[in-house]
Design a protein around this ligand. Structure first.
Ligand code: CUA
Length: 319
């Protein structure tokens, strides 16, 4: 297939202080569990061998109640659970937005939809979909909500996971220590398209991020060819614009039923991560969305080949 998922996203390869805290808790819990597993298994095996039936027959001596044993096997698990509980509370505090006051904030509003992600940069008036650009080394404060059902935002290398609940905004922080692309996904079953509700976080240097943000704040490129002009007219005329916003298309902003398509050419994937973003794939998608992503709310508009070419030329226009 294509190369969209050549990197593995794992909690065991943290790329942020928050993910590192969570990873540490995982390893501590794992080691404690391992010690218990080995200890209990060894004790069971020892007793199976040491007190096995050697052919003498009859029941072994029966015992009832032993205060020392009862207290010991209550106290040890209690102590282990208290240690894990305290460590968990410490980790929860460490990855909470409350412990990271917004001195120089990067705020992003994340809205989960069936089945894609809307990313809004309120300060910059930038809206994009499925690809979140962030500057490295800064805490990104996310306000997370949902437009329909419960989803869950999770980029394992960058921070904790958090439910996106309709009507109940949650807050969380993520951070990337170094530039790169970090993969995430919806982590709460949310219907037919759940598996294709992927997240791509593009972590950039502060300077690159500023350039990206400024370019995204510009309107969509004006048509430079007759084909693109035709596509722009179709985008408005075919009512694509009632679900999708393209700033500069002339149509009023939609209610964000579908992803904002301004500067679509800048994105790496289509349909929340199913296929690479190329003109060929976009044409296939517009011709028959459900062959690419079953269950998607994008309708098949029965477009002609000429209409497809014009829309693709307009939507994939480079600045
Ligand atoms: Cu959205 Cu699962």
């Amino acid at each position: 297939m294509h190369n969209l998922y050549s990197t593995v996203s794992s909690v065991l390869s943290p790329a942020s202080p928050y993910a590192a805290d969570i990873g540490r808790l995982f390893w501590i819990t794992l080691w404690i569990s391992l010690v218990i597993l080995v200890g209990v298994s060894a004790f069971v095996i020892f007793n199976l061998v040491r007190y096995r039936d050697r052919g003498q027959g009859g029941l072994p001596p029966q015992t009832h109640g032993n205060m020392v044993v009862e207290v010991t096997w209550t106290a040890i698990p209690l102590a282990i659970l208290v240690v894990l509980f305290v460590l968990t509370l410490q980790t929860m505090a460490a990855v909470s937005p409350a412990t990271h006051p917004k001195a120089d904030p990067v705020n992003v509003d994340v809205v989960a939809h069936q089945w894609w992600w809307e990313f809004r940069y309120p300060g910059a008036k930038v809206v994009t979909a499925n690809e979140l650009h962030i500057p490295v080394g800064k805490s990104i404060h996310i306000q997370l909500t949902s437009a329909d059902v419960i989803h869950d935002f999770w980029v394992p290398e960058l921070g904790r996971k958090m439910d996106a609940v309709p009507g109940h905004p949650n807050t969380m922080v993520i951070q990337a220590d170094r530039p790169g692309v970090y993969l995430g996904a919806c982590a709460e079953y949310c219907g037919a398209g759940h598996a294709w509700m992927r997240i791509r976080v593009v972590a950039q240097t502060e300077a690159d991020y500023r350039v990206w943000l400024a370019s995204q704040a510009q309107p969509h490129p004006e048509p430079k060819t007759a084909l693109q002009a035709n596509g722009k007219a179709l985008f408005v005329g075919l009512t694509c614009s009632s679900c999708h916003t393209v700033t500069g298309s002339g149509a009023p902003a939609s209610k964000d039923v579908g992803p904002d398509l301004t500067h679509l050419a800048d994105r790496q994937t289509l349909a929340a991560g199913v296929v690479p973003n190329t003109p060929e794939e976009l044409k296939k998608w517009l011709a028959d969305p459900h062959s690419i992503k079953p269950g998607a709310n994008m309708p098949n508009l029965q477009l002609s080949s000429q209409q497809l070419d014009a829309l693709v030329a307009y939507l994939e226009a480079q600045p």
